[in-house]
Ligand binder design. Structure first.
Ligand SMILES: *[C@@H]1O[C@H](CO)[C@@H](O)[C@H](O)[C@H]1NC(C)=O
Ligand SMILES: *[C@@H]1O[C@H](CO)[C@@H](O)[C@H](O)[C@H]1NC(C)=O
Ligand SMILES: *[C@@H]1O[C@H](CO)[C@@H](O)[C@H](O)[C@H]1NC(C)=O
Ligand SMILES: *[C@@H]1O[C@H](CO)[C@@H](O)[C@H](O)[C@H]1NC(C)=O
Ligand SMILES: *[C@@H]1O[C@H](CO)[C@@H](O)[C@H](O)[C@H]1NC(C)=O
Length: 377
C-alpha cells in the first residue's frame, strides 16, 4: 500500500481515492481555455473589465485607508496674551442679551441694570458670578429672570483659557459657556465649551454647530466619548457634533473640587478642548492673571475633545466668535419631556418647576475666576 503525507500532515492512503482523473484530450492538444491566445472577444472584454474593477477597488481602498489615517499637524504655536477678563470690571466687556430666547426657554434675560439690581451678575476682585434669580420674589409665572452675556470683542482663532470655580446645575437649567456669532448663526459657527442640562450628572458636553460640510467621522485623539459626528445644524435635530467628558467635568462633582480650567484651542488645523481639575493644572497655565506667561498646549497630552480639520474646513466654518455665558431654563434641550422627566427624572413639568420652585435655583450660578485669550504670533 502506497502511503504519503500531504502538506497538513495527514496520512492518506492513495488507493482509497480510486482511479486517477482523466483529462479531456482535445483541451490537452489544442491548448487550455485558460490560455489567453484562445480567448474570444467577450472573454477579453470581461477580463479587461474585471482588471479595471480590481484596480479601482485597490485605489479606493488606498484612498479610504489614507483618509482614515489622515490627521492634522498640531505642532506648537507661539502664543501671547491678548485679553484678560477678570476682576471688578469683568462684565464691562460684555453686552447683556435682552430679547426673547431663541432656544424657546422659560426665561427672561435681563439687561445690565436689572441684573445689578437683583445681583444676578456680580464682579468681585477674585471672581465674577452670573446666576438665575432665586430670591428676588419677582413673578416667575411667565419665566424666570436670568442672564446671557456676549463679549463685545469677536475672535478669529486663539487659545481660550476659562478658569471656572462653579458650574450651574439643577432641574430645568440649561447653562452654557460657549462661543458664537449669534447674528450670523450658523454661518459663522458655534463652539460649545461647557454645556449640560438639568441635574448634569453625566459630565460636560463639548460640541460644534456649523453649516453643511463639517463632519467628525475621522481619526481623532481625545479621551472623551464621541456623540454625533455631523456638525451640520440640519442633521440630528441640530445636536451638533459632541463629545462627552467624565462626571467630574461638570456640575456637583466639578464644583466640589473647586472647579478647574477649560482650555480651548481654535486654529486652522482643528479645535481641541482640555479640562484640568483644580489640583492638576499644568504649570504653564499661571493661576495668577497678572502673570503673562503663555501656555503651550503641545505639552498637555491628549485633549478631552478633538475636532480636527480633516473633513471640516475650520477656517471657513468658524469666524467672528464672541464668548458667551448664559443660563437658560427649560427650552429645546433641558425642557424636552423625554429628557426633563425621562432621562433626568425631574419632577412635574419643566415650566411649573421654574415658576414654582424659587429656592431650587440657589445652585444655578456660574462663578468665573477669569477668562484669558491668547493669540498665536
Ligand atoms: C449697561 O448697558 C448699556 C448698554 O450696553 C451701557 O450703555 C451702560 O453703560 C451699561 N451700564 C452698566 C452699569 O454697566
Ligand atoms: C451679590 O452676589 C455676590 C456673589 O454671590 C455676593 O458675594 C454678594 O454678597 C451679593 N450682594 C448682595 C448685596 O447680596
Ligand atoms: C509665571 O508663571 C510661570 C509658569 O507657571 C512661572 O514659571 C513663573 O515663575 C511665573 N512668574 C512669576 C513672576 O510669578
Ligand atoms: C466679521 O466681522 C467683521 C467686523 O465686524 C466684518 O467686517 C466681517 O464681514 C465679518 N465676517 C464674517 C464672515 O461674517
Ligand atoms: C405653579 O403653582 C401654582 C399654584 O400651586 C399653580 O396654579 C400653577 O399652575 C403652577 N405652575 C405655573 C407654571 O405657574
Amino acid at each position: 500500500m502506497d502511503r504519503f503525507q500531504n502538506k497538513s500532515g495527514f496520512a492518506i492512503e492513495s488507493d482509497s481515492y480510486g482511479p486517477p482523473p482523466t483529462y479531456d484530450r482535445a483541451q490537452q492538444t489544442t491548448g487550455s481555455k485558460w490560455a489567453p491566445k484562445n480567448w474570444g472577444k467577450k472573454t477579453i472584454i470581461g477580463v479587461v473589465i474585471a482588471v479595471c474593477v480590481l484596480i479601482a477597488v485597490i485605489i479606493i481602498a488606498a484612498v479610504l485607508g489614507s483618509r482614515a489615517n489622515a490627521y492634522p499637524d498640531y505642532s506648537a504655536l507661539s502664543y501671547s496674551l491678548e485679553d484678560t477678563y477678570s476682576g471688578t470690571d469683568f462684565f464691562d466687556n460684555f453686552e447683556y442679551f435682552n430679547t426673547y430666547d431663541p432656544s424657546a426657554g422659560f426665561v427672561h434675560y435681563v439687561p445690565n441694570t436689572t441684573a445689578q439690581q437683583y445681583n444676578l451678575t456680580y464682579a468681585g476682585q477674585d471672581s465674577a458670578v452670573l446666576r438665575v434669580d432665586y430670591d428676588s420674589g419677582t413673578d416667575s409665572s411667565t419665566g424666570r429672570f436670568s442672564v446671557r452675556v456676549t463679549s463685545k470683542k469677536q475672535y478669529n482663532n486663539g487659545l481660550f483659557v476659562f478658569d471656572v470655580i462653579h458650574s450651574p446645575y439643577g432641574c430645568s437649567t440649561w447653562p452654557a459657556l460657549w462661543l458664537s456669532d449669534p447674528s450670523n448663526w450658523p454661518d459663522n459657527g458655534e463652539i460649545d465649551v461647557m454645556e449640560a442640562v438639568n441635574k448634569a450628572t453625566s459630565g460636560n458636553q463639548m460640541t460644534l454647530h456649523t453649516t453643511k460640510g463639517c463632519k467628525m467621522d475621522v481619526k481623532r485623539k481625545e479621551t472623551g466619548s464621541v456623540l454625533e459626528k455631523n456638525c451640520w445644524n440640519g442633521a440630528d435635530d441640530n445636536s451638533g457634533c459632541g463629545v462627552q467628558g467624565p462626571k467630574d467635568t461638570y456640575g456637583e462633582t466639578f464644583n466640589n473640587n473647586g472647579g478647574g480650567i477649560y482650555a480651548m484651542e481654535w486654529r486652522d488645523e482643528g479645535i481641541r478642548v482640555w479640562f484640568f481639575n483644580r489640583d492638576s493644572i499644568p504649570s504653564d497655565i499661571p493661576t495668577d492673571v497678572t502673570n503673562k506667561t503663555a501656555p503651550d498646549p503641545s505639552t498637555w497630552g491628549e485633549a478631552l475633545a478633538d475636532f480636527p480639520n480633516t473633513d471640516c474646513d475650520i477656517s471657513s466654518h468658524f469666524r467672528n466668535q464672541s464668548i458667551i455665558a448664559n443660563i437658560d431654563l427649560c427650552g429645546s434641550w433641558a425642557g424636552t419631556k423625554s429628557i426633563y422627566s425621562g432621562e433626568d427624572e425631574c419632577p412635574g413639568t419643566c415650566t411649573d418647576f421654574v415658576a414654582n420652585n424659587t429656592a431650587a435655583f440657589e445652585k444655578a450660578y456660574w462663578e468665573f475666576a477669569s477668562f484669558r485669550v491668547y493669540t498665536a504670533s
